[in-house]
Design a protein around this ligand. Structure first.
Ligand code: TRP
Length: 496
């Protein structure tokens, strides 16, 4: 029998990493971020973020994951036994993210279903907010459960379970090998089609019209680093975990490079598509693009349905293809988020992959039901801020210090270089992971906290406190419960 937790080939690892990176962040988030942060001028901070943070950090994460061949938590104990509690915080937070991520996948599932007959009707805005989600802008709707939404969310969890419970390469590996290329192919056709629509040039001109003066604003730099973080799933244990399943011949440096290139190519391509479509819409409706473009949720679930309505019969083909792409992109990302906590509990409590995935899917599916209420969208927005603005950046900072300083990043260089077919690491890499990245992270973290101060309704504070308590209490439980395996404190290192 194949090993429960090993990739069959380097290709499976690379495609799974691309699957993790390419997700809702690329389709749902990136086009708006690019547009609202200076258009063409955004590429400067974006590229700086890629070269100074993404590539060096990704390689560090991969290298340490490869070395320990175990979950993030177990590796952390080996680096410093006192850090077990922290070693659980990150997987738990990533799991919290997976739970709200599953909500958007569920919504997309609904739209995939509706797209076959344009079930959103003539007014997609009212349909989304009033008929479907029955959104309330506060916690008041939390007792109004919406079974229709719940069914689609549970379907998403079922798919996650179905893929994850199999041995790694038979489930996750196979799915990514088939669906990640499919994702790129469908996206390619959607974009080519969008570019041929009348008015596409209006949208593109609007998108790329650079606002250079914004370069002097701190916000656009924050936005670029935030986007790169989210989009590449940096520092959330996904890269670490996937790299721990690789074989000895893996070229981690080049893999990191391919993942970054594929991810950026995909999101920029997606942006071309989105703005061509907005240009088309603008031409049809006589409304300027700047008034049509919106944030993620409205963009995907309101603007796109409007476009499919205008497109007539073609909309019946383009619609399902589009929502299917979003669905697949979402599932392959969520699989990696799910994997981080899953492998940690497999390691500590000696559970099989089958058992661990079943338990987590049941817990996750159950917890996600809070998002299947009228207050779902509201809570989701705050959970997103909790994860992205507060916890993740801080934990990446800790991770960076643990890996680069305590573990000692220099230990990885010879091994990584010996396998690399593209470029080699040198002193510049150490300077990045030891000094530059921690410095950048501190600045972003403070900036993120500052942004947080602007939301101070009592309800949002309550939600943040509840999430923080869930994180702390469950991490404490995982830490305190005795390990079911003898080697919990003994992890072998592959790099001597
Ligand atoms: N990168 C994913 C996207 O672009 C989302 C994501 C962020 C993620 N952090 C993650 C996925 C951690 C898995 C693990 O949509």
């Amino acid at each position: 029998m194949a090993n429960e937790n090993k990739w069959g080939s380097s290709l499976a690892f690379i495609l799974a990493m691309i699957g993790s990176a390419v997700g809702l962040g690329n389709i749902w988030r990136y086009p708006y971020v690019l547009y609202s942060n200076g258009g063409g001028a955004f590429y400067i901070p974006y590229l700086v973020a890629i070269f100074s943070l993404a590539i060096p950090f990704l390689i560090l994460e991969y290298g340490v994951g490869y070395n320990y061949q175990s979950s993030f938590t177990k590796a952390l104990i080996k680096i410093k036994p006192k850090f077990e509690f922290y070693g659980w915080v990150l997987p738990v937070v990533v799991f919290i993210m997976a739970v709200y991520y599953s909500t958007i996948i569920g919504w997309d599932g609904i739209y995939l279903f509706l797209s076959f007959f344009k079930g959103w009707g003539a007014d997609p805005n009212t349909f989304l907010n009033v008929n479907l989600l029955q959104s309330t802008d506060s916690l008041s709707g939390v007792f109004n459960f919406i079974p229709f939404v719940a069914i689609f969310m549970i379907a998403g969890w079922f798919i996650i379970w179905f893929i994850s419970h199999k041995n790694l390469d038979d489930g996750l590996g196979k799915v990514c090998k088939v669906f990640v290329p499919v994702l790129f192919v469908i996206m390619f056709f959607i974009v080519i089609f969008s570019l041929t629509l009348p008015g596409a040039n209006i949208g593109l001109a609007e998108l790329f019209n650079p606002n250079w003066s914004l370069l002097w604003h701190f916000d656009i730099w924050m936005a670029a680093f935030g986007q790169i973080f989210f989009s590449l799933s940096l520092g959330m244990g996904a890269g670490f975990t996937y790299a721990s399943y690789t074989g000895d011949d893996i070229d981690l440096i080049s893999s990191g490079l391919y993942v970054v290139i594929a991810n950026s190519a995909f999101e920029n391509f997606a942006a071309l598509g989105v703005f061509s479509i907005l240009g088309y819409m603008s031409l049809q409706s006589g409304t300027p693009v700047s008034q049509i473009i919106t944030q993620g949720t409205t963009l995907i679930f309101v603007v796109y349905p409007q476009v499919f309505n205008v497109l007539g019969t073609i909309g019946l083909i383009a619609g399902p293809l589009f929502f299917f792409t979003v669905y697949v992109a979402g599932i392959t990302s969520m699989l990696s988020a799910f994997e981080v906590l899953s492998i940690s509990i497999q390691n500590k409590f000696s559970l099989t992959r089958r058992k661990a995935t079943l338990i987590l899917c049941l817990v996750g599916g159950f917890a996600s039901m809070v998002y299947a209420t009228s207050a779902g969208g509201y809570i989701l927005g705050i959970a997103d801020i909790f994860v992205n603005n507060i916890v993740i950046i801080f934990s990446v900072l800790v991770e960076c210090i643990m890996f680069a300083w305590i573990f000692k990043a220099e230990r990885l260089i010879d091994f990584l270089n010996s396998r690399s077919k593209t470029f080699k690491l040198g002193k510049w890499w150490l300077i990045h992971v030891k000094y530059i990245i921690p410095a950048i992270l501190i600045v972003i973290w403070v900036g993120g906290l500052y942004e947080l101060l602007s939301i101070k309704t009592t309800e949002s504070v309550i939600i943040i406190i509840v999430l923080a308590l869930i994180t702390i209490i469950s991490s404490l439980i995982f830490t305190k419960r005795p390990a079911k395996t003898k080697d919990w404190f003994e992890t072998e290192e592959r790099i001597k």
